[in-house]
Design a protein around this ligand. Structure first.
Ligand SMILES: NC(=O)c1ccc[n+]([C@@H]2O[C@H](COP(=O)([O-])OP(=O)(O)OC[C@H]3O[C@@H](n4cnc5c(N)ncnc54)[C@H](O)[C@@H]3O)[C@@H](O)[C@H]2O)c1
Length: 315
């Protein structure tokens, strides 16, 4: 039997400050773009009509990981989270299991960080204000990440006014309407993706929009006609074209591989990001296992450095 650390959500958040999560997420995109970190395709297991499970493997650094995670959009009505599950981390040299990590907290840290990394890489030089549309679990972490990356003040928009107000109060921002949030320099959407929250008529020259909510087939947060007005970026083409914001437009033949740049290629310096201050850049995030891997590595490092405690279990 091997004794391994078990990191609950509090331990993950204590182990990885948001600034570190952003830096590690950025590094993950670069390492993947350079072919140093490997990521097989995410596997979806539908559980209709409730939601779906995803199995997300990756290998890089000293670890290989598997994240087993849900998206159950109706769960909040049951008082349960949309995203839940566990992440198994194994030693990439010996194959030994080295840690068991709560996956909702890892997901939130890396999802919010992804939005901040995209803004730092693609937003215009003068971009400051932030709008967050959808202030649930992952929207809140996206807002925290944007604030940590230097964006703000911001507008928080959510039909659940109390969620928008609580987040705004935490960050010293303001709760406002969807329209107000959509008018900011950097806009992040983290809704269930059941209706458009970014409209073509509302786009402003020079904006950066990070769309995070549409991470599976059938979800979309952006009006189709708005996509044609944006320079398109994604986290990974295979995943984004199959089950992200861009999937519907790809299926309809409106968007093809040549129209979309992967964020990692920009961060690695292989291709240009924003080329014109007036351009609207749109980043389609579907959430990558390499991002989870980056956070898992940071959690384990912090534990080894004595920065955080963890329970242990034998397996
Ligand atoms: N891209 C990624 O990496 C990634 C990671 C995690 C979750 N997600 C996706 O993000 C979405 C949100 O996940 P969550 O865990 O934050 O869920 P959540 O239920 O905690 O939050 C969703 C929020 O959106 C709000 N909302 C609903 N309709 C809205 C609208 N029209 N305008 C503004 N706000 C609206 C809800 O009131 C709620 O507060 C899900 O679709 C999930 O699958 C994506």
């Amino acid at each position: 039997m091997t004794e391994i650390p078990v990191f609950d959500a509090d331990a993950v958040v204590a182990a990885v400050p948001v600034e570190r999560a952003i830096e590690r997420t950025r590094e993950a995109f670069v390492r993947h773009a350079r072919g140093e970190w490997e990521m097989p395709a995410k596997v979806y297991v539908d559980s209709p009509p409730h939601g779906d499970f995803r199995a997300m493997p990756a290998r890089g650094g000293e670890l290989a990981i598997l994240k087993w995670v849900t998206s159950f959009p109706r769960n909040p009505r049951r008082g349960l989270p949309v995203v839940a599950g566990a992440l198994l981390a194994s030693n990439a040299v010996t194959g030994e299991l080295v840690a068991l990590i709560d996956c909702a907290s890892v997901t939130s840290l890396r999802t919010g960080s992804g939005a901040a990394v995209s803004a730092l890489a693609l937003a215009g030089d003068g971009a400051r204000t932030a709008g967050v549309i959808g202030c649930g679990v992952n929207g809140a972490w996206a807002a925290r990440s944007l604030a940590a990356a230097g964006y703000g003040p911001g507008i928080c928009a959510d039909p659940r006014r109390e969620a928008a107000e609580a987040l705004a109060a935490e960050l010293g921002w303001r709760a406002g309407s969807r329209e107000e949030a959509a008018a900011q320099d950097v806009v992040v959407t983290v809704t269930p993706g059941s209706e458009p929250v970014i409209l073509a008529s509302e786009l402003r020259a020079g904006q950066h929009v990070a769309v995070l909510g549409a991470d599976a087939r059938g979800k979309a947060e952006v009006e189709r006609s708005a996509l044609g007005r944006c320079r398109l970026f994604c986290d990974e083409w295979r995943q984004a074209s199959g089950g992200g914001e861009l999937a519907g437009a790809v299926e309809a033949g409106d968007v093809s591989r040549d129209d979309v740049t992967e964020l990692g290629a920009v961060l690695a310096g292989d291709v240009e990001g924003r080329t014109d201050p007036a351009e609207v850049t749109l980043f389609d995030s579907t959430g990558l296992a390499i991002q989870d891997l980056a956070i898992a590595l940071a959690v384990i490092e912090a534990w080894r450095a004595g920065e955080v405690d963890a329970a242990t279990t034998s397996i």
